[in-house]
Design a protein around this ligand. Structure first.
Ligand code: MHQ
Length: 263
């Protein structure tokens, strides 16, 4: 694994691999990851597809823009938290995750949940008109204007554009998410080796999946760690600015899971 990528880029039969997985083992792992994803998605791909062209009217966008900052923040944070609850559920279903020590489970979720949200966001993104599924309809970037985070939202939308261009399947997205979560290079891990083994197994299975579907070319096009990290850092910065602007009350109303992960 290279430091700037979640995915090892050595093609073909790598001599570097220290262990061999049988086809059965690979298939079982693929089944596990794909099932975990299928069971923990708030919105099914088919449903998102049907609603793709249901967008907010300009009047509705305007009414969002005129709402108070703290009101929109609270609403967005609630939706983000709900989405993260599903991601936590996804993590818990990945084989090996629950056997990690509780500290490391928290470390991985704190670092990875928001990154996985970005991957999942691309499923709910219509790249033909740059809108994202939000409260039942597709919303343009302007709807989030009153958050005061246009650079954050802008880079989230940009990332979705790059991800959409790859046309990722549900299987691929499931693997990308699992490998983001089980990243052994996260700081503060107590049992790095355990995560390393899980990550290597996922890496083998992912490459096996890509090989059989002739999709290995996407490996070099997936977003780099730094890109996801900088969006997560921007989110933390914006959150801090908001907390300074609205000390007390506003943040106290944020859901406990959000506070646990980001505050
Ligand atoms: C998920 C479903 C889902 C749910 C909520 C945090 C902040 C201050 C601003 C969606 C972010 C604003 C989010 C609600 C905005 C970019 C957030 C608010 C996939 C992801 C998705 C669609 C979230 C995407 C990001 C949204 C729109 O399965």
């Amino acid at each position: 694994q290279s430091p700037e990528s979640y995915f090892s880029l050595n093609f073909g039969n790598s001599l570097a691999s220290e262990f061999v997985m049988s086809v059965t083992e690979l298939d079982l792992l693929i089944q596990n990851v794909v099932l975990a994803q299928g069971e923990t998605c708030r919105f099914r791909q088919e449903n998102l597809q049907v609603l793709r062209w249901e967008t907010y009217s300009p009047e509705e966008v305007l009414s969002f823009q005129q709402k108070p900052i703290d009101h929109i923040w609270e609403r967005c944070v609630c939706h983000v938290t709900e989405a993260i609850q599903y991601i936590v559920e996804f993590a818990k279903r990945l084989s090996g995750f629950m056997e990690l020590n509780p500290n490391d489970q928290i470390v991985l979720l704190k670092a990875g949940a928001m990154e996985v949200l970005l991957i999942r966001m691309s499923r709910a993104f219509n790249c033909y008109n740059s809108t994202v599924f939000f409260e039942g309809k597709y919303a343009p970037l302007e709807i989030f204007q009153s958050l005061g985070c246009s650079d954050l939202i802008g880079s989230m939308f940009d990332l979705c554009h790059s991800l959409c261009a790859l046309n990722l399947s549900e299987h691929e997205m499931a693997f990308i998410s699992s490998m983001i979560l089980l990243d052994p290079s996260r700081p503060w891990l107590q049992d790095k080796q355990k995560v390393e083994i899980l990550h290597k197994k996922l890496d083998h299975a992912f490459r096996y999946l890509l090989r059989t579907s002739l999709r290995e070319s996407i490996l070099t096009k997936l977003p780099q760690k730094g890109r996801l990290l900088s969006i997560c850092q921007l989110h933390m910065e914006k959150l801090n600015i908001f907390r300074q602007m609205y000390p007390g009350i506003a943040c106290e109303r944020f859901p406990p899971l959000y506070k646990e992960l980001f505050i």
